[in-house]
Design a protein around this ligand. Structure first.
Ligand code: GTP
Ligand code: MG
Length: 386
């Protein structure tokens, strides 16, 4: 396949390691950023990892490093630099003025870009646009102050830019409100569908991006959900049926993956998609057993989930890609997570055990539902269960 060379942007990545972060983990974070850049369609020409004691408030990294990056950008003919850490509006402005003609992004901006490219349904498009506008707001300030200075040469004067800025802000806020209204309509319709499913056992598949959630969904249900070795291959949740015999069915929802430093407003807006997980009767948590930083993946997943579902929902933890993990690592996982399963969706290993686990949870749920129904039927005011 021929790629158009022009479409591939060349970029340089910058990571910052504070004394609190172990070097191997800092490298792992940068590797992940590289995969994000790749997913966004950019080619990484080099990466910088700067060890700092404290962040420079003006440019995040030290002035010397900025100069070094400038030289590297010129040598590599790269026009974009991506920071692994969040940049404030003024830091973007300061960096852009020191690196003329270079686009300065942070991890959040990159993730938003990927989400914008991958969003397919009306719902995810709305969510991404809201998140993008929210992300833009504080950076707008920087942009206009920047222009304002250029025009007036003065500092702290209220120039025409300020008025323009206020207008822009108002317009953006109006747009966000409008988008949120549209989103609400879609969500309400979906909630009604969810209510209809009240009597079906619903499993929400969650986990870090690229853990193999879609591959696992396909393997379990024989479905053909898009799975790829890219971060955020899945944005819109897909729902598939799993037949478990006796005419019984389980519904599986494959959802968007989590990632460290997932932009907060993105989590907020995507809550409704993840809401599918919130409606779930059981959570199937997929972890990449072969990832060196799987512990961090687990942590990120737990934290993101804690905001969405109640702690009572039963959970099955699955270590996927087990065939690609070292034997010592698998032993470690067995000891530390005794109730978790080890599987390989790719090589079709351990699927039967996972099915059994799902059926077990289904049976528990069904018994509970039956008891509930009986209670409803026997209610003194004569309520009849549907
Ligand atoms: N070695 C190995 N690779 C696997 C396994 N399961 C999935 N993969 C690969 O991991 C990559 C990501 O798989 P996906 O199923 O797209 O992962 P996902 O969790 O849905 O990812 P997102 O939708 O991007 O969050 C693909 O290249 C898969 O082929 C496995 O058991 N072993
Ligand atoms: Mg997926």
């Amino acid at each position: 396949m021929h790629e158009h060379k022009k479409e591939i942007e060349r970029c340089i990545l910058v990571g910052i390691a504070t004394p609190k972060i172990a070097p191997w983990l800092a490298t792992e974070h940068l590797n992940e950023l590289e995969r994000l850049a790749d997913t966004a369609g950019a080619k990484v020409t080099r990466t910088f990892l700067q060890r700092v004691q404290a962040f420079n408030p003006a440019t995040l990294i030290g002035e010397g490093k900025v100069a070094e990056i400038k030289t590297a950008l010129e040598a590599d003919e790269a026009k974009m630099v991506v920071f692994d850490d969040d940049l404030s509006g003024s830091q973007v402005r300061n960096l852009e003025s020191r690196l003329p003609g270079v686009k300065v992004l942070d991890r959040t901006g990159l993730i938003l870009d990927i989400f914008a490219k991958h969003a397919e349904t009306a719902e995810s498009r709305l969510m991404v646009e809201i998140a993008q506008l929210q992300y833009m707001m504080p950076r707008l300030t920087g942009m206009w102050t920047h222009l304002c200075r250029q025009h007036n040469g003065g500092i702290g004067t209220k120039g025409p830019g300020e008025t323009q800025l206020e207008t822009d802000r108002r317009l953006i806020n109006a747009r966000i409100r409008d988008l949120k209204k549209k989103l609400k309509k879609i969500e309400d319709a979906r909630d009604r569908t969810a209510e209809k499913r009240y009597d079906t056992f619903h499993v929400g598949i969650v986990g870090y991006t690229n853990a193999g959630k879609s591959t696992l969904t396909n393997r379990l249900t024989g479905a053909n959900v898009y799975a790829e070795d890219k971060l955020f291959a899945t944005l819109d949740s897909t729902t598939r049926k799993l037949y478990i015999g006796d005419g019984e069915t389980i519904i599986l929802s494959d959802t968007v993956g989590f990632i460290r430093k997932l932009p907060h407003n993105l989590v907020e807006t995507f809550k409704s998609t993840l809401g599918i997980a919130a409606h779930a009767n059981c959570i199937l948590e997929v972890v990449d057993a072969s990832a060196p930083d799987y512990k961090e993946h687990l942590e990120v997943t737990q934290k993101t989930l804690a905001d969405i579902i109640d702690g009572e929902t039963p959970r099955i933890t699955v270590f996927n890609k087990a065939e690609a993990a070292e034997e010592t690592k698998r032993d470690e996982l067995r000891i530390n997570y005794p109730s978790a399963l080890q599987v390989s969706a790719l090589e079709n290993i351990g699927m039967e055990a996972l099915r059994e686990e799902l059926v077990k949870e289904f049976t528990k749920w069904k018994e509970k539902r039956l008891a509930q129904k009986e209670e409803e039927a026997n209610a003194p005011d004569g309520w009849v269960a549907e």
